[in-house]
Design a protein around this ligand. Structure first.
Ligand code: XMP
Length: 326
């Protein structure tokens, strides 16, 4: 009998037995998969689990706080936060090439995570505990895809933040291996996780770093975060956030256009809205959002976000356009 309560009970019993008196580590990305996987392990082994959250500064508005505050409050996990924002900004300074950005973010992420993992190992060791397991939020479609032949054309190098550094010697715990995304969300709800996390739309590992077209800087991140927050707020207010697949908001940081705001001429940056509908992100269509909603988002962004004086809508399907701009 396949209810989410049963799935939870079964996984909790399995994990408890496997872990025994060892220690477990888990990387949290802010996404639903790692959050639900870690919550299951927490339920099974309590403080034998240590979660690591690398704050690379490329998350959207409020997302780091959702992990650090709301997720911890609802699960009781012991969380190690690494503030790596400066480090990522420094590593990304001067870089505009999309693949280069992805490589840098992936590389820095693994370095920071490995360092944090080594610290967790040392701390556990001091308590006479051995860290033997790493939790991964692998879902059933990931299992099928990696076992199933050719997979997808590798158009962009994908770095899943929270992914497994190759030379870390841990055994894997993958409590979501039999589940589809909607089931993972149901488990997350059953476990009482914050709905912002449970219902979060797909978000790329490199985060806002690949939604700023041009160099990534602290100011540009701030601008994009504000615009993105407005778009998300209006989408959910319109009840459409769970309808669409995702809506990247992209800052064309290297483009300027002339505008008139208040009683002055401005020379600001455009923001692009990229709402898409999709089943699996392999193909996608642009979402026909209501004009009223688009108007509200546009008005608010141009009124509330300094530096942005123009909002454009991406009406390209995938193919030919990928969902993300980089
Ligand atoms: P594209 O842009 O290739 O995106 O059409 C397809 C889906 O994948 C997400 N995406 C990523 N997810 N790491 C991820 O975990 C990445 O590096 C990455 N790049 C793109 C994208 O948001 C969309 O859902």
């Amino acid at each position: 009998d396949w209810t989410m309560a049963n799935v939870i009970d079964e996984q909790v019993a399995d994990i408890r037995e496997r872990v025994g008196d060892k220690h477990v580590i888990c990387g949290l990305s802010g996404g639903v998969d790692s959050a639900v996987a870690a919550a299951l392990v927490q339920k099974a082994v309590g403080d034998k689990l240590t979660c690591v959250f690398v704050d690379h500064g490329l998350l959207r508005k409020g997302e780091a706080e959702q992990v650090e505050r709301d997720y911890v409050a609802s699960t009781g996990v012991s969380l190690k936060v690494v503030d790596a924002q400066e480090r990522f900004l420094n590593a990304l300074a001067g870089v505009t090439d999309p693949e280069e950005k992805r490589k840098i973010i992936g590389r820095e992420f693994i370095r920071v995570f490995e360092q944090a993992a080594a610290e967790v190992v040392a701390e556990a060791d001091a308590h006479g505990e051995q860290v033997e397991f790493l939790v991964q939020g692998t879902l059933y479609p990931d299992v099928v895809e990696s076992g199933g032949g050719t997979g997808t054309a590798n158009i962009k190098s994908h770095h899943n933040v929270g992914g497994l550094p190759e030379d870390l010697q841990f055994q894997l715990i993958e409590p979501l291996r039999k589940l589809f995304k909607d089931e993972v969300r149901a488990v997350g709800e059953e476990l009482g996780l914050p709905s912002e996390i449970v219902w979060r739309q797909p978000f790329p590992g490199p985060g806002l770093g690949i939604r700023i077209i041009g160099e990534v800087t602290a100011d540009r991140l701030e601008t994009l975060r504000e615009a993105d927050a407005i778009a998300r707020e209006e989408l959910s207010r319109a009840g459409l956030d769970r309808e669409i697949w995702q809506c990247p908001v992209v800052l064309l940081a290297d483009v300027r256009s002339v505008g008139v705001q208040g009683d002055g001429r401005t020379y600001g940056h455009p923001i692009v809205l990229r709402p898409v509908s999709s089943e699996d992100a392999m193909t996608a269509d642009w979402s026909r959002l209501p004009y009223e909603l688009l108007a509200r988002i546009s008005n608010r962004i141009t009124n509330e976000v300094r530096e942005v004086n123009r909002v454009a809508l991406d009406v390209t399907s995938k193919p030919p356009g990928t969902i993300e701009w980089e």
